[in-house]
Design a protein around this ligand. Structure first.
Ligand SMILES: [Zn+2]
Length: 223
């Protein structure tokens, strides 16, 4: 693919002026995955606001290397993901760097919703409601992965304040319609997303909505 000559985008500059090579709307409550090649930029757009996007990363050539929330937080000494955050793998390598973030900050501590957790938090009648872990399982099965390959994820656009006593709270989202986060892949990564179907707490404003994913090739000079 030939890159437009005029583009001299530097890291952190919105790639929006250049045509995306991939553009897809993930329906409400659905899973999605795709390999993002080193240097490419992935943008996730919260189209309607207040929509949690549960996200995992795997080394596209060795799925045993995957995103590590623990190593990421330890390395950056901050509790949230935002512009400048380097997403670290369980082997200590940088998988991706957040280059832009219009929403402000993103959780990576609260994990993904599951049928089991739903029953504990919201009652047994929620046992059969669709959840992020089911989305992850469905999508990971396409790559030969199973339950044991689901690790702590990033919750883009999810608002999880940490209280003074250390408790986590899931409260109304702060993202506005059109808010986005950009990440530059620092290795070939398989990105796996669950567009969160949760309706029992405010993480999706009690109304799961579609999100958009776009991918840009790197500027020609950085290839
Ligand atoms: Zn969820």
């Amino acid at each position: 693919m030939s890159a437009p000559k005029a583009s001299a985008a530097s890291p952190g500059v919105s790639p929006a002026e250049k045509a995306a090579i991939y553009d897809y709307i993930i329906p409400a409550t659905a899973p999605w995955s795709r390999v993002i090649h080193r240097g490419q930029i992935l943008r996730i757009v919260d189209l309607e606001g207040q929509q949690a996007v549960d996200t995992l990363f795997y080394n596209a050539h060795d799925y045993t290397e995957r995103y590590s929330a623990q190593d990421t937080l330890l390395a950056q000494e901050r509790a949230y993901i935002t512009t400048g955050s380097r997403l670290i793998s369980n082997e200590g390598n940088v998988m991706a760097t957040v280059t832009a973030d219009s929403a402000g900050y993103h959780d990576t501590s609260a994990g993904a919703c599951s049928c089991e957790a739903n029953t504990v938090r919201f009652g047994h009648h929620t046992r059969y409601m669709h959840a992020c872990r089911e989305n992850f399982l469905l999508e990971l099965s396409r790559y030969g992965m199973t339950k044991r390959d689901i690790v702590s994820n990033i919750n883009f656009f999810m608002n999880v304040p940490i209280r003074p006593d250390g408790e986590l709270a899931i409260v109304d989202g702060v993202s506005q319609p059109g808010d986005y986060v950009d990440m530059r892949a620092e290795m070939d990564v398989l990105c796996v997303i669950s567009n969160c179907p949760q309706v029992n707490n405010p993480c999706n404003g009690f109304r799961p909505t579609p999100v958009r994913v776009q991918i840009w090739d790197p500027p020609a000079s950085s290839k």
